[in-house]
Write a protein that binds this ligand. Structure first.
Ligand code: CA
Length: 145
C-alpha cells in the first residue's frame, strides 16, 4: 500500500467526501482534497500547482478551496482561489489550518480533514452563500499523486 493510500482508509475517505458534500450544501464555494506522497516544491507553491492541475479555477465565482497534504513531507496547506482572496482577511484559513494540524499531530487524519472541511464550509458560507441552484462545479472525490 502506498503512503497516500495508507493516509486514509476507503471508509475514512468516504467520510471526508461526505464532509465535502455537507460543507458545499451551505455555500457556492467548492472544496477539494489532494493527498501527495512527496514534492520538492515549497508547500504553498505546490498546492497552487495542484490547484491548476485539477482545474479548480473553473468555478464561476472563483471560489474553489484546496486542502493539500504532503504525506512524507508532513506538509499541509489550504489555499483559496482569487474570488475568495479578494474578500476575506489574509489569515482567513489559519484557524481551520490549526484545527486540522492538531488532529494530524495525533494521527487523526480523517477527523482532521472532516472538521477542517466542515469549518471551511462554514467560513465560505459567510462570503459565498447559496444563491440559486448551487451547482456542484468540481468533483468531490479525493485525488492523489
Ligand atoms: Ca464539489
Amino acid at each position: 500500500m502506498s503512503l497516500t493510500e495508507d493516509f486514509l482508509t476507503q471508509a475514512e475517505e468516504q467520510k471526508v467526501v461526505e464532509a465535502i458534500l455537507t460543507a458545499e450544501k451551505q455555500t457556492s464555494g467548492e472544496i477539494r482534497v489532494h493527498i501527495e506522497e512527496h514534492s520538492d516544491v515549497e508547500v504553498i507553491k505546490r498546492a497552487q500547482q495542484i490547484f491548476y492541475q485539477l482545474e479548480m479555477q473553473n468555478t464561476s465565482a472563483r471560489n474553489g478551496v484546496l486542502f493539500y497534504i504532503g504525506v512524507r513531507d508532513r506538509s499541509f496547506a489550504i489555499i483559496g482561489d482569487s474570488g475568495i482572496d479578494q474578500v476575506v482577511p489574509a489569515d482567513f484559513w489559519e484557524c481551520t489550518k490549526d484545527v486540522v494540524i492538531q488532529h494530524f499531530k495525533t494521527k487523526n487524519f480523517c477527523k482532521g480533514l472532516q472538521e477542517g472541511v466542515l469549518r471551511a464550509g462554514e467560513q465560505l458560507k459567510q462570503f459565498f452563500p447559496v444563491t440559486g441552484e448551487n451547482r456542484d462545479e468540481l468533483p468531490n472525490e479525493i485525488t492523489r499523486s
